[in-house]
Design a protein around this ligand. Structure first.
Ligand code: WT7
Length: 649
């Protein structure tokens, strides 16, 4: 990659543009004009068993490209074995810290041995290429170890965030028909014990595909072990160090499934390939953070989300970096927990979400001032738009006005960062609140409703016009949904579901979701999924869920519920429904408020008038709501609004 930059720096560059913007634009042009040679050069930094045929092969149907179709590789080989063949063998891969302060250090060699031992166990349990493995675990080193062991065998992992409840876990197991679940006896969160094995047991009452459960001892709590189904990991793991030959998989072999919310009640199994995803994880970490061997990298995301997959597990290990895994809550036992970790390990690159930053803003600067944060050199933000006020606070108090902030826009579907400043290539002037420019290979644009490009300053839909290596390859088991969700609205073009606007410098400003998906503390929650959960409760006849703005979490779910005959609104019922949502989806989906109403405002064709519900919770009058549902006249909307207000008063 360094080669490409050198080549471009040697070109004559326009005088009127910031030199780094010039460099970035030239690399960008090159990546789109000759993707074959551009990505081949990047791919050569990594190991492949075979390199047959082209890197990039156009395809008739979405996602319109095969990446590394006939090339063969293995993610775990690249993340581990490749490093132990050189000086990185005893370099630290992970510093792990538990919530209670226990520490573990794993070098690349340690990690490689652990992954081989884990792969040995999985293999003996019958796991082979193409099998699905569900992983439901807290943030302990065994989580990345289990993931790497799975891909080592060419099997496909589906990590389910450990904050999801039994019902949500069961749905995700049933959808991909996994054969095995890997979990722990328990987990710790804010000093409390969470019964992960108990949640798995509940989920398994509603699944048929699971043959075996592999349990890792973490919390030491009592668990139920079902004979011939449940196995303690420590009883199966060999005391020796077996070597498990990595499976040589094709570039387009699925490496993992990660479920995310869509616009229906059913989560989507976002499926990533191997070669393209690997190159994307590696390349984006390098360009955006400019990370190298001296860095101590810390991405605070839970591995149960895509940010954790790409920037706690695959990206850093592919780059041979040292990174941090922290098990607990950001403010436990005290609000300065994160700052003390940065100080203790000398973290140089710190990557987190605007929600977390807003939470720390509320705690105040004195918690930060107790710590030496001078090791930091790049700060990152991900998951939601970062407003200028939060950006400036992050810059001033965490970055101490020295470090650039990379505001990184991407999605579960994109595999890695798509639009962001790229100090690893060249640092363009930053504008608080803008994710700046697309990465090489990302042909981003803003479209109007009719599919024509929007002008600078005109709000529209963010689209990606060309295939890029990190793109999802399908939705597990539902290729039609894949095509319809991403490639139908603007035929042949990837639709992101986000609003955006470009300014006169070509910088992108992300303006939030254009669909019915909420962003709650950076997590994606489909209103349809929540509505379906409400409707599965015996007391609920109709449900509508919307997002209300929240000063810390960005949005929180608010529900409007029509009860079935025979049920009366009461505080008890409200509590019961709240608890029910926590137990079906998980605490992250907890509605902030539940309103009981006699009917929901609907259009003539029966569509819920969501804008009216939003106007009510945001305390706006109907005139402030710019667009109302198509077929509704202002008069009708006003009437529905007044009626609803009366019902609630
Ligand atoms: C949605 C994707 C990206 C990994 C974590 C979330 C929003 C993400 C930004 C940003 C504005 C952002 C978008 C996107 N989003 N990053 N820097 N600025 N919005 O992944 O759960 O798949 O959510 O998060 O709305 O579509 P995800």
């Amino acid at each position: 990659m360094e080669e490409i930059i050198e080549e471009i720096k040697a070109l004559p560059l326009s005088k009127n543009i910031h030199p780094d913007v010039n460099i970035l634009k030239s690399i960008y042009r090159k990546s789109l004009e000759d993707s074959e040679s551009f990505w081949r050069k990047i791919a050569e930094d990594l190991f492949w068993y075979e390199k047959n045929g082209p890197v990039y092969e156009p395809k008739e149907t979405p996602p319109y490209a095969y990446w590394f179709k006939q090339w063969k590789t293995n993610l775990s080989y690249n993340a581990l074995d490749r490093h132990i063949e050189n000086w990185r063998k005893n370099k630290v891969a992970y510093y792990w810290e538990s919530e209670s302060g226990e520490r573990r250090t794993l070098t690349y060699y340690d990690l490689c041995k652990e992954v081989n031992r884990f792969a040995y166990v999985l293999k003996n349990l019958g796991i082979k290429k193409g099998d699905r493995v569900t992983i439901y675990m807290p943030m302990i080193p065994e989580l990345p170890i289990a993931m790497l062991a799975t891909v080592r065998l060419g099997a496909i992992h589906s990590v389910v965030f450990s904050g999801f409840a039994a019902h949500a876990l069961a749905d995700r197991i049933n959808d991909c028909q996994s054969k095995i679940v890997i979990t722990t006896d328990g987990a710790f969160r804010r000093g409390r014990l969470i019964d992960t094995k108990g949640i798995v047991d509940d989920a398994l009452n509603h699944t048929k595909s699971i043959e075996k459960v592999l349990v890792i001892k973490r919390a030491g709590n009592d668990v139920n072990i079902m004979e011939d189904r449940d196995y303690w990991y420590h009883e199966l793991v060999p005391s020796t160090n077996p070597y498990i030959e990595p499976e040589r998989v094709e570039g387009i072999h699925p490496s993992f499934i990660l479920y995310t919310s869509g616009t229906t009640g059913k989560p989507k199994g976002i499926t990533h390939g191997t070669g393209g995803y690997m190159v994307w994880a590696y390349f984006t970490l390098k360009t955006v953070f400019g990370a190298d061997d001296k860095d101590i990298f810390w991405c605070t995301a839970d591995i149960g989300w895509i940010t954790g997959h790409t920037y706690v597990v695959y990206g850093p290990l592919l780059m041979g970096l040292t990174s941090i895994i922290y098990e607990g809550a950001p403010d436990y036992p005290r609000p300065d927990r994160w700052w003390s970790i940065i100080e203790d390990y000398g973290v140089t690159i710190f990557y987190t979400s605007p929600t977390a930053i807003r939470m720390h803003m509320k705690y105040g600067e004195e918690w930060i001032k107790r710590h030496d944060l001078s090791s930091l050199r790049v700060l990152g933000s991900v998951g939601e738009p970062i407003n200028p006020e939060v950006w400036n606070w992050y810059y001033k108090y965490i970055g101490q006005e020295r470090t650039p902030i990379v505001d990184t826009w991407w999605q579960t579907e994109t595999g890695g960062i798509m639009i962001s400043p790229q100090p690893g290539l060249a640092l363009v002037p930053l504008k608080p609140g803008s994710a700046t420019l697309p990465l090489p290979g990302v042909d981003a644009d803003v479209f109007r409703e009719d599919g024509t490009p929007a002008k600078p300053g005109e709000k529209g839909y963010l689209v990606i016009k060309k295939p890029w290596p990190g793109c999802l390859i399908t939705i597990w088991g539902d290729n039609d949904r894949f095509v319809n969700s991403y490639y139908r609205r603007f035929p042949g073009v990837y639709y992101t579901g986000d609003f955006a606007v470009r300014d006169n410098d070509g910088y992108f400003w992300l303006l939030g979701r254009a669909d019915e998906i909420l962003k709650v503390a950076g997590h994606r929650i489909g209103t349809a999924e929540l509505e379906a959960a409400f409707l599965s409760h015996k007391a609920v006849a109709e449900a509508a869920v919307i997002g209300k703005s929240d000063p810390v979490k960005m949005q929180v779910p608010v529900a409007f519920i029509v009860l079935r005959p025979g049920y009366e609104p009461s505080p008890q019922l409200r509590m019961e429904l709240t608890k029910y949502i926590k137990e079906t989806i998980g605490p992250i989906a907890t509605p902030q408020t539940i309103y009981f109403v006699e009917k929901l405002p609907k259009t003539r064709s029966g569509k819920i008038m969501r804008r009216i519900l939003i106007a009510i919770v945001e305390n706006k009058n109907i005139g402030d709501i710019t667009t109302i549902e198509d077929e509704t006249s202002i008069e009708e909307a006003k009437r529905a609004y007044e009626e609803l207000k009366t019902m609630l008063s």
